[in-house]
Write a protein that binds this ligand. Structure first.
Ligand code: SAM
Length: 291
């Protein structure tokens, strides 16, 4: 039986290389969670100080800054930090493309495990959306989150509990490469356990930690489009190399089996509109932590 690499890679390099295609490859699922966690956080005003930690292309910052563009109120202070310089480059370009008000926005290339360029006790709101499972040392990163939040401030961290795209990928693999070890993500499983995340956040210093969940969708206009995104996941697996076309053909069938019709609010210019898409369910773990 072919086996997968056991080493958990440092994902910063991978995200750096793939930053330009990131938004397309996520099927909007991290944006769903970003919007949800902002909506359950204390209100954000012009005087808020915000950390968008492991910002990626800036899903959190975009959702925070959009209402300030429309209202023309002075925007809050926002710091985007990411270990991958490529992500910060794309985030900066996206905020500019959307003409968002960035006069109080900073961009920092920094590993979440060492935010020493940021002072203690500064952020009223700290968001780490889908960063924890990717960090080399998530426990240390959690202590940095706690250190940089103001007393009385709120940090929200998220992870995934389940990935709706794994079943269609594994079903396709079972047809094309029967007997091989089912495809999995090279991530430490402890970060998919809400109890472990609660424990880590408490040990980081947060006394009040509220755990919740949220259903997001890995979605696109058609099942075919989802299959085209998903086949890229398998391209990274050495023992699936050379099987791309066969896996894609099977994925076209297996995605149809699992995908559901979903309605999503998406941005269209500055407006939010409802669109009907097809999607695979992604269950998120949400921890709201008060300092
Ligand atoms: C799944 S993406 C999430 C991005 C964004 N928060 C969102 O909601 O779309 C994870 C991000 O974590 C970053 N990352 C991975 N390891 C990191 C580390 N050790 N320190 C800082 N950022 C890291 C990656 O570069 C990537 O931008």
């Amino acid at each position: 039986m072919a086996s997968q690499p056991s080493k958990i890679p440092n994902s910063i390099e991978m995200f750096d290389r793939t930053a330009d295609g990131y938004d397309e490859n996520t099927g909007g699922c991290t944006v769903d969670v970003a919007r949800h966690i902002i909506s359950i956080s204390p209100p954000i005003t012009s005087t808020s100080t915000i950390l968008d930690n492991a910002s990626g292309t800036g899903a959190i910052s975009q959702a925070i800054l959009r209402p300030f563009k429309l209202s023309q109120l002075s925007p809050p202070h926002v710091t985007l930090a990411d270990g991958a310089a490529g992500m910060i480059r794309v985030a900066k370009a996206e905020l500019a493309r959307l003409a968002l008000p960035v006069q109080n926005t900073d961009f920092v290339v920094a590993p979440a495990e060492d935010l020493s360029s940021l002072q203690d006790d500064v952020f009223s709101h700290s968001f780490t959306n889908m960063g924890l499972p990717l960090f080399v040392d998530g426990e240390r990163a959690s202590r940095e989150i706690h250190r940089t939040v103001k007393p009385g401030g709120t940090a929200v961290v998220t992870s995934w509990r389940s990935f709706g795209y794994l079943d269609p990928v594994r079903d396709a693999q079972a047809v094309v490469l029967p007997g091989t070890e089912p495809f999995d993500l090279p991530l430490a499983k402890k970060w998919f356990d809400p109890e472990y995340i609660e424990k880590v956040m408490r040990e980081a210093g947060f006394e009040n930690v509220q755990m919740g969940s949220f259903e997001a969708w890995y979605a696109a206009e058609s099942e075919e489009k989802i299959a085209n995104f998903l086949v890229r996941l398998t391209e990274a697996v050495p023992w699936m190399k050379g099987k791309r076309d066969e896996i894609l053909a099977e994925l076209q069938k297996t995605v149809v089996k699992y995908a559901k019709k979903v309605k999503k609010m998406v941005y269209h210019g500055d407006k939010e509109i409802e669109v009907e898409l097809v999607g695979l369910s992604m269950m998120a773990i949400v921890a709201v932590c008060k300092k």
